[in-house]
Design a protein around this ligand. Structure first.
Ligand code: 9MG
Length: 289
C-alpha cells in the first residue's frame, strides 16, 4: 500500500483541484452509438445528462466522456464523428453540473477542442502517441492519464506477448512516455499513469499485473485503474458483462490496496462504498502502526 502521498497529490484540472490523498471514482460515460439511443442529437444529450447526473449523485468525482469504443476488436472512429459525440456532452456537463470532466481521446484536435469546452483532464489509452497529441496536451495545460497498451484495440488481443514480466514491460513503456511528455513541455506534476488492464493482455497478464501493481510505485506518479466489467472478470468467473459487478468490486479494492487512487468504473454507487470501506481499513493501519 502507498502510505505517503505523492508530491503531486493535488492535481490542478482546469478550474477544479483534485485531491488525490484519498481515492476517487471516475464514472464512465460512453457516448458511442452502441451505448446510447440513436434518437438524434437532443436525445443523445438527454441520455448523457441523465446518466452523468446519476453518477454524480452516487459520488463520482470525475466523469470520463468517450466517443470511441476501445473494446478489443473495435474499429477506429472518424474525427468528425468523435467531435460530434464528445464536445456537446463536455460542454453540457461543465456548464450544467460544474463537473470535473475527463475526455477519453487520442486525437490532438479533440484534446484541444475539449479543453476549450471545459474539460479538466485528458485520458488517452494511447498515451499521447498519435502525431500532434503531445503538443496538443502540452498546449491544453490539462493533466493527462497515460495508459499502457501494445498495438491498437482492433488487434491488441491477438496473442499478446511480452519478452519480460508484464509489470516490467508496463513500467518501461510508461517511463518512456513520461520522458516524452516532459520533453514536450508537460511536467510530471500533470501526469497520471494507468497499467491498462485488458489492453493487449491475457488473463494471466492481467492477474499478474494486479498482484504486482505496487511495482509501479517506482514511477512515483498517481495511478488510475480501470477493471470495471472487463473481460478478465468474464474469463476468470465465467460471467457475462451484466454479471461482473462483484468481480469488479473485488478487483477495485485490490487495486486500491496496491496504490490505485482513481478507479474508472461503470457502477459508481457500489464502487464508492467498496473503496470507501476499504480505505477506512487502510487508513486505520496508517494511523496506528
Ligand atoms: C477508455 N478506457 C477503457 N478502459 C480504460 C482503462 O482501463 N483505463 C483508462 N485510463 N481508460 C480506459
Amino acid at each position: 500500500m502507498t502510505e505517503t502521498p505523492h508530491a503531486g497529490s493535488m492535481l490542478r484540472c482546469g478550474k477544479h483541484l483534485l485531491d488525490l490523498t484519498r481515492p476517487r471514482v471516475m464514472g464512465i460515460l460512453n457516448v458511442t452509438p452502441d451505448s446510447f439511443s440513436d434518437g438524434g442529437r437532443h436525445q443523445r444529450l438527454d441520455d448523457a445528462r441523465r446518466h452523468a447526473e446519476r453518477m454524480l449523485a452516487e459520488g463520482a468525482d470525475i466523469i470520463d466522456v468517450g466517443g470511441e469504443s476501445t473494446r478489443p476488436g473495435a474499429q477506429p472512429v472518424a474525427l468528425d464523428a468523435e467531435r460530434e459525440r464528445v464536445l456537446p456532452v463536455v460542454e453540457m456537463l461543465t456548464r450544467e453540473f460544474d463537473a470535473l470532466v475527463s475526455v477519453d481521446t487520442s486525437a490532438p484536435q479533440i484534446i484541444t477542442e475539449a479543453a476549450r469546452a471545459g474539460a479538466g483532464l485528458i485520458n488517452d489509452v494511447r498515451a499521447l502517441t498519435r502525431d500532434g497529441a503531445l503538443a496538443a496536451a502540452a498546449q491544453s495545460a490539462l493533466p493527462v492519464c497515460l495508459m499502457h497498451m501494445q498495438g491498437e484495440p482492433q488487434t491488441m488481443q491477438q496473442a499478446p506477448h511480452y519478452a519480460e514480466p508484464i509489470e516490467v514491460a508496463v513500467i518501461d513503456f510508461l517511463r518512456q512516455r513520461v520522458a516524452a511528455c516532459e520533453q514536450a513541455g508537460i511536467p510530471r506534476a500533470r501526469l497520471l499513469l494507468d497499467p491498462g488492464f485488458g489492453f493487449a493482455k491475457t488473463l494471466e497478464h492481467n492477474l499478474q499485473l494486479l498482484n504486482r501493481l505496487s511495482a509501479l510505485d517506482a514511477l512515483d506518479l498517481p495511478l488510475l485503474v480501470g477493471v470495471s466489467r472487463k473481460r478478465m472478470i468474464g474469463e476468470a468467473l465465467g460471467r457475462e458483462v451484466s454479471q461482473r459487478l462483484p468481480g469488479g468490486l473485488a478487483l477495485a479494492v485490490m487495486a486500491l490496496e496496491r496504490g490505485a487512487r482513481i478507479l474508472r468504473v461503470h457502477d459508481v454507487a457500489p464502487t464508492r462504498d467498496a473503496i470507501d470501506m476499504a480505505w477506512a481499513v487502510l487508513q486505520e493501519r496508517v494511523e496506528n502502526e
